[in-house]
Design a protein around this ligand. Structure first.
Ligand code: 6PG
Length: 285
């Protein structure tokens, strides 16, 4: 399946044929790209999912992180996607957001709007940013209320256990292994009732944030994780390397993320390029 997808990507008029290393054996859905090929491949996959869900559901729900992920969405604003994607059916959410004014440089909304959303014709009412006039707890409650309303109206699909089932979740991973604003060792890793929670003590500045909880992240139909850092198992704290090297069950003292990636022991990625984890560009659920 992946080979055929890569072949299709390479046949796509906009796909530069660049070597992308793939650890097929042992890994599941982990691909190592050059920067340019990551942007090209990510755009191809996102466009494919947009077409699929727009056709199936009449809507395409995308929840995105901040960080360097946004710049790898750049190919979506170019031809052919600019013309072929039905942007009117997109609904955009944030996996996590800093509780700062939306015009603040630290805002993930500002980052995504400047780098992507302002360049495509998604209806403004379909872009769900936080209420930046509220404190973290209030912003989280209001955001969850919005999600619940959109699940009720079927804009957002529902998983078999009643959670919001986003069509695509676009994640990053920090050097400590954090995903969204779920940080190793933080009590929020164990939150399994709320859909959206908040923290005032983020180890990554700024301290006040709201974040999807793990049950919501794991309920997604598709997840693409774009890890854009030097990746070696000897990296500063090694967590990121371990996140990929082993099927490490998430535990609050080691990793924020329960990776769904097996790894064969003989292969140790030493690439200093980019790593696009696609734990499930196929369906999770
Ligand atoms: O609000 C945030 O801080 C981001 O959502 C965060 O979760 C990000 O995805 C990771 O820190 C990876 O960031 P980079 O891709 O920039 O390394």
């Amino acid at each position: 399946m992946k080979n055929s997808r890569n072949e299709k990507r390479s046949q796509h008029p906009n796909v530069e044929t660049q070597a992308s290393l793939k650890w097929e054996k042992g890994y599941k859905n982990v691909e190592v790209f050059s920067k340019e090929h990551l942007a090209v491949s990510l755009a191809y996959d996102v466009a494919q999912l947009s077409t699929k869900f727009t056709k199936e559901r009449g809507a395409f729900t995308v929840a995105m992180s901040g960080g360097s992920l946004i710049k790898y969405l750049r190919k979506l604003v170019d031809s052919p996607y600019a013309e072929t994607i039905d942007w009117s059916k997109w609904h955009v959410f944030w996996v996590d957001e800093r509780v700062v004014p939306k015009d603040n440089l630290e805002s993930n909304y500002k980052l995504a709007n400047d780098g992507f959303l302002s360049k495509v014709p998604i209806p403004p009412l379909n872009v769900y940013s936080i209420d930046d006039s509220l404190p973290p707890d209030g912003a989280a409650d209001v955001y969850e209320t919005t999600l619940r309303r959109l699940v009720t109206s079927n804009v957002i699909a529902t998983s078999t256990n009643g959670l919001p089932k986003f069509d695509l979740m676009l994640l990053g991973m920090g050097p400590d292994g954090h995903v969204a604003s779920l940080f190793p060792g933080h009590p929020l890793l164990n939150e399994d009732q709320k859909w959206i929670s908040f923290l005032n003590d983020s180890p990554k500045q700024p301290p006040e944030r709201i974040t999807f909880t793990f049950p919501v992240i794991n309920a997604s139909s598709n997840v693409a994780m774009v890890v854009t850092r030097e990746f070696t198992t000897s990296s500063k704290d090694g967590r990121r390397g371990r996140a990929l090297e082993q099927n490490v069950p998430y535990s609050s003292d080691l990793l924020a993320l329960q990776p769904s990636i097996q790894r064969s022991q003989e292969q140790t990625p030493t690439s200093k390029d980019l790593l696009a984890l696609q734990p499930s560009i196929q369906r999770l659920a």
